[in-house]
Each structure stands twice: as structure tokens, then as C-alpha cells.
Design a protein around this ligand. Structure first.
Ligand code: SF4
Length: 299
């Protein structure tokens, strides 16, 4: 049996929600029987961005906020790969938010797993973009005066075709959501509520477990006509936060072409002969010939 966990020492704090996400993700890969050599996990910077070191597939630990850009390049160059981004709310919704939004416009077939804990854990607990205004977690000298971003609403309006929320300590439920996200043909966001026991003393395990409930409604778009209705329902549901917090799949639309399919409309050989299969060098000389590509594009 393939072991999807590496033997690296994991230096997250005891009881960190990241452990639950790591287990869910490796179990999801095992359940799907994903080929390790055809899988890449990419991250930015932060506690959760250490994830590529702990999963026994190809991995790239990149720059702050840039996980999605690396993942996009990898997927575009080799569309045969399964590409997963693991990063935190500070990374993806702070410095990297422009890339998070742009990813939705393209519907590139990648999975983004957002480790959402409301703080910048790696740098001692400053308020992140998902910490609600008025909260004062233990590292903050005063209450947070910024409004928070809602990752689900942002993803829905940016064009993501799979939008879900999970909870880090419910590893089996999170595993099932991650499996569906990986198999979805388009950009998928899984916002995982991830308690940070070291710095977020407000959104704790006990706090979440009093509030979380599982969505029962079906948010899958069955026809172009019902896309707006399902989107509106998902948006309304995404704003539910307080005494009750829903988790589950908020929106799934399999009718929008992926970015690869859009490229293949212009370059028919894209999937069979992608950039990763091109010979670009022989005897230390470039063999790159872009004339065919230019001809296809009618430049
Ligand atoms: Fe986890 Fe928080 Fe510790 Fe980072 S600081 S490893 S997010 S518990």
C-alpha cells in the first residue's frame, strides 16, 4: 500500500488543526489511488505551507502568496498532473488575494485547500484577513479594526466552479470534500476551518463544535438555467456565520469549460502534446520552435 505521508518531523504545535487537514488530504489521495508521480502539492509561506514536506508526492514550497501562480504554471505545462495548493488565510487572502481571485476567472483544473485559522500563526498570531472585526485574539494589543474577507463569497463571485467548506477536526468529512474537489474538472476551493490552539483563543475547537452543522441541500448546478439560482443560494448560505456555521459543498458547476479545454479550442494538440512534452534543448542548443504555435494562434 502506498504511504502518502513522508517521514519528515512535523513541527506544528500539538493539537493544531493542520494535522487534521494533512490526514484528510493523504487519506483522500489514498482513497483515490492517485499516482504519486503525477501529483504536485504547492504552498506559499506560513505554518500550513509546510504541508508539501509532509506529503509523499512531488512538492514545491514557494514564495509568500504565490502558491497559486506556481500551481498554475505547473498545471498549464503538464495538464496530466493533479495539482493541489495548501496555504493559509494570511497567504492566500492577504498577499496572495489577487492570484486567488484571478484563478476563478480561468477555471484551471487545480484544487486550493485554504487552512483558515484567522491569524498569522508562523509570525506569532497577528490578525489575518479572515479574523472578524471586533475580535481580540491573544496576541493582539487591541480589538481587530479591519473587516474580514469571506473566502466562500469571494470564490463564488470570482468564478470558482467548486466551493466548499470543511472542518479540520472532522477528518473523515474533510477527506470526502477534498476527494470531490480533486476530481472536479475546474478550480476548486476548500475552505477548511482550522483551529490554531496557540494563537486563536476565540475560534477554538469548542467554539466551532457548538456551531458547525452539515449542509444537506444540493448545490450542484444541473443546467445553465439554474446556475444563477444555485449561485444566489450558495452566496446567501456563505454569509451564515455566528450561532450556526454550515460546512459542506456550497456550489458545484461542471458546465463551465476548464482553462485547459479553452486552450485546446485554440491549440488542438494541447492535451496530447503539452509544453512539458516538448524537447527544448539538444546538445546545449535550444530546439524551441514556436512557429507551429504561432500558426495555430494566427499571429
Ligand atoms: Fe498550528 Fe497555530 Fe501552531 Fe501554526 S501557530 S502550527 S497554525 S497551532
Amino acid at each position: 500500500m502506498v504511504n502518502y505521508k513522508t517521514t519528515e518531523f512535523i513541527d506544528w504545535c500539538p493539537s493544531c488543526g493542520d494535522f487534521g487537514i494533512l490526514s484528510s488530504e493523504t487519506m483522500a489521495l489514498a482513497d483515490l489511488g492517485i499516482d504519486r508521480s503525477k501529483t504536485v502539492v504547492v504552498s506559499g509561506i506560513g505554518c500550513s505551507s509546510k504541508t508539501p514536506h509532509y506529503i509523499n508526492v512531488n512538492g514545491v514550497h514557494t514564495l509568500h502568496g504565490r502558491g497559486i501562480t506556481y500551481a498554475s504554471g505547473i498545471k498549464l505545462a503538464n495538464p496530466d498532473l493533479k495539482v493541489i495548493v495548501n496555504s493559509g488565510d494570511g497567504d492566500l487572502l492577504g498577499i496572495g488575494v489577487g492570484h486567488l481571485v484571478s484563478a476563478g476567472r480561468r477555471n484551471l483544473d487545480i484544487t486550493i485547500i485554504l487552512h483558515n485559522n484567522g491569524v498569522y500563526g508562523l509570525t506569532k498570531g497577528q490578525a489575518s484577513p479572515t479574523l472578524h472585526r471586533g475580535l481580540q485574539t491573544k496576541s493582539l494589543p487591541t480589538k481587530n479594526i479591519n473587516d474580514s474577507l469571506d473566502p466562500l463569497a469571494l470564490a463564488l463571485t470570482a468564478g470558482y466552479t467548486f466551493v466548499a467548506r470543511a472542518y479540520a477536526y472532522d477528518a473523515m468529512f474533510t477527506k470526502e470534500i477534498i476527494k470531490k474537489a480533486i476530481m472536479h474538472n475546474g478550480t476548486a476551493l476548500v475552505d477548511v476551518l482550522q483551529p490554531c490552539p496557540t494563537y486563536n483563543n476565540i475560534n477554538t475547537k469548542e467554539w466551532y463544535e457548538k456551531r458547525i452543522y452539515k449542509l444537506e441541500e444540493d448545490y450542484k448546478v444541473g443546467s445553465a438555467e439554474e446556475a444563477n439560482e444555485k449561485m444566489t443560494k450558495a452566496l446567501i448560505k456563505s454569509f451564515e456565520w455566528g450561532d450556526k456555521i454550515p460546512i459542506g459543498i456550497f456550489y458545484e458547476n461542471n458546465l463551465i469549460p476548464s482553462y485547459g479545454e479553452r486552450i485546446a479550442e485554440h491549440i488542438p494538440a494541447y492535451f496530447t502534446d503539452p509544453p512539458s512534452k516538448q524537447i527544448i534543448e539538444q546538445n546545449r542548443r535550444s530546439t524551441t520552435d514556436i512557429s507551429k504555435l504561432l500558426k495555430n494562434l494566427n499571429v
